[in-house]
Structures are given as structure tokens and as C-alpha cells.
Write a protein that binds this ligand. Structure first.
Ligand SMILES: O=C(O)c1cc(=O)[nH]c(=O)n1[C@@H]1O[C@H](COP(=O)(O)O)[C@@H](O)[C@H]1O
Length: 283
């Protein structure tokens, strides 16, 4: 059966469950804090605990591939299982692998994560456009075909991002910076889609006033940075203004630090979800 477009599925999940995305980021330090070994059994237990605690209540789970890749093929097997279990329990899965390469290689990354039937098939994938937005074309095309989505790094949450993303090309007549150019590409990709398109931008919740950018891409905005990186749900309206209802705020360590108790993980996610709901409602 063909999947509905990711933008449609995500909008529904956000409306039904609230927009919170919780990251599955099994940092070595978190494994230790949870009383687990920094090994494959610890990774498996950590990931299963998060999925079992949260996949039936949050709109999105976002496994961070790096923490699984660290363990080689057995780590990837745990990732594969977690993606399947999270999706089966009703969460959308955004694979945070931040892939980006020349177009012909990008096609292989797209096939790994966005081709229906692939072992790591995910509802969406984070991608880096810094080999040029056009290099992502094979991923855009396959995502459309599969009912999947992309989140393209536009304005990232880390302080170093500006060096690339704020650069202005001398030959760009509009004098837009690189981040704004990525947003413009995404707006084109999503044009005419309802209730919203499947091609999202990553825009950090840590970035303060972004009113000089046109964030209205008719697609979702994945907003990491809440919790451990210092942003709060109350910051969202100030950062995102009129498009705050299309924001998918991500919290990883801010929730995960409450484990391993499933009830405590759920309570933390519920608190973030409620604070986000209140902030968005008041906007
Ligand atoms: O694409 C991402 O998810 C991402 C983009 C970005 O600009 N900043 C950012 O922190 N992330 C990811 O979001 C998660 C944030 O984790 P916490 O800081 O623990 O909430 C990590 O998995 C990061 O890799």
C-alpha cells in the first residue's frame, strides 16, 4: 500500500499528538547514567526503553544514527529494529543521519533510507545541502515516490553554523544568504501542497529572532536546541513567528536524562509537550 505524503502524515500526527519530536541519542554518558554498559546490549536496552516509553504518544522519534554507527554492524541492526518498532507503535521516524553527497551517490543514500522495503526505511531523513541543493535531487524524487520526507539543514542550532549558512554569494542578485537560499528551494519544493509539503527545513530553536528570513516554506520546520542546548518551548513563538504551528520541536537529552524509568521519560516528554502546546496556543 502506498503511503500518504509525509507532510500529510506529519500534519495529522502533530494535530493528534502534539508536535514534539524526541531524539533517540544514546550518548555513552547517558548509557552510564542509566546504569548500562557502553556496549551493544546497553545500546539495545536504551533504544528499546525509549521506543516502548514514547512511540505511542509523541508525533516523531528521531534516532541519531551516529550513536548506533559507533557500534558497527550490530549497532545498525539495533537501529533497524528501533525504527521498525517505533513505526509499528505509531510514531513517525525521522532518521537523523545528515546525509549529503554528489547526486549519483546521494541516490544510494536515498535508497538506503527512503526506498520502500529498505531495511532502514524511515518516514523522513535529515540531509545536508552543502554540496549544493541540487545534489539532493535524487532524495527529493525518491521521497516523493515513497511518501517520505526530508529535513534539509538550513539554519542549524550550533554556533559554528553561521560561517557557512550566513555567507552571501556575490553573484546572487537577491543578496540572500545560504540559509535563506535553502529555505527558498524548499518553498518551491512544497508549493501548492496541502495541508503542507513533505520537504522540511532544520532551523535551530536557539537562534533568536529570525524575522529577516522567510520561514514560510509550506513545510515542517524541525527545531532542535530545546533542553540541553539552552532553548525552551517559550522561545518558539519569538523564533518562528507566524509559522510556529508548522514547527516540530526536538528534545533529546532534555528528555533522555530522566531515564531509564519509563514513567519518568513519559512524564518529561509530557511536560515538554504541554509547555510547547501552551507556547504555541498563546502565539
Ligand atoms: O538535524 C538535527 O536534528 C540537528 C540539527 C541541528 O541544527 N542541531 C541539532 O542539535 N540537531 C540534532 O538534534 C539533537 C539535539 O540533541 P539535544 O541537544 O540533546 O536535545 C542531536 O541529535 C543533534 O544532532
Amino acid at each position: 500500500m502506498n503511503l500518504e505524503p509525509f507532510g500529510t502524515r506529519l500534519r495529522r500526527a502533530m494535530d493528534e499528538r502534539g508536535p514534539l519530536c524526541v531524539g533517540i541519542d544514546p550518548h555513552a554518558s547517558l548509557l552510564t547514567d542509566w546504569g548500562l554498559n557502553d556496549d551493544i546490549a546497553g545500546l539495545e536496552r536504551f533504544s528499546r526503553t525509549v521506543v516502548e516509553a514514547l512511540a505511542d504518544r509523541v508525533a516523531v522519534l528521531k534516532p541519531q544514527s551516529a550513536f548506533f554507527e559507533r557500534f558497527g554492524s550490530r549497532g545498525i541492526a539495533v537501529l533497524e529494529k528501533s525504527v521498525g518498532e517505533a513505526r509499528a507503535a505509531g510514531a513517525l521516524v525521522v532518521m537523523d543521519a545528515k546525509r549529503g553527497d554528489i547526486g549519483s551517490t546521494m541516490a544510494a543514500y536515498a535508497s538506503a533510507f527512503l526506498e520502500k522495503g529498505s531495511p532502514l526505511f524511515s518516514d523522513a531523513l535529515t540531509v545536508s545541502p552543502y554540496l549544493g541543493y541540487g545534489s539532493l535531487k535524487p532524495a527529493v524524487e525518491l521521497a516523493r515516490e515513497s511518501g517520505a520526507g526530508l529535513f534539509v539543514l538550513a539554519l542549524t542550532s550550533n554556533p559554528e553554523g553561521g560561517e557557512v549558512q550566513h555567507a552571501v554569494r556575490p553573484d546572487d542578485a537577491a543578496r540572500r544568504n545560504v540559509g535563506a537560499t535553502m529555505l527558498a528551494h524548499l518553498a518551491e519544493e512544497n508549493a501548492g501542497e496541502a495541508p503542507m509539503g513533505s520537504f522540511g527545513a532544520v532551523v535551530g530553536a536557539t537562534l533568536g529572532d529570525l524575522s529577516s528570513y522567510d520561514l514560510d516554506i509550506n513545510g515542517p520546520l524541525l527545531a532542535p536546541g530545546i533542553g540541553a542546548q539552552g532553548a525552551t518551548p517559550a522561545d518558539l513563538p519569538g523564533v518562528f513567528g507566524a509559522v510556529v504551528r508548522r514547527v516540530v520541536p526536538n528534545v533529546s537529552r532534555g528528555v533522555l536524562r530522566h531515564g531509564p524509568d519509563a514513567g519518568a521519560l513519559r512524564a518529561s516528554a509530557d511536560r515538554f509537550a504541554e509547555d510547547i502546546r501552551a507556547a504555541v496556543a498563546a502565539a
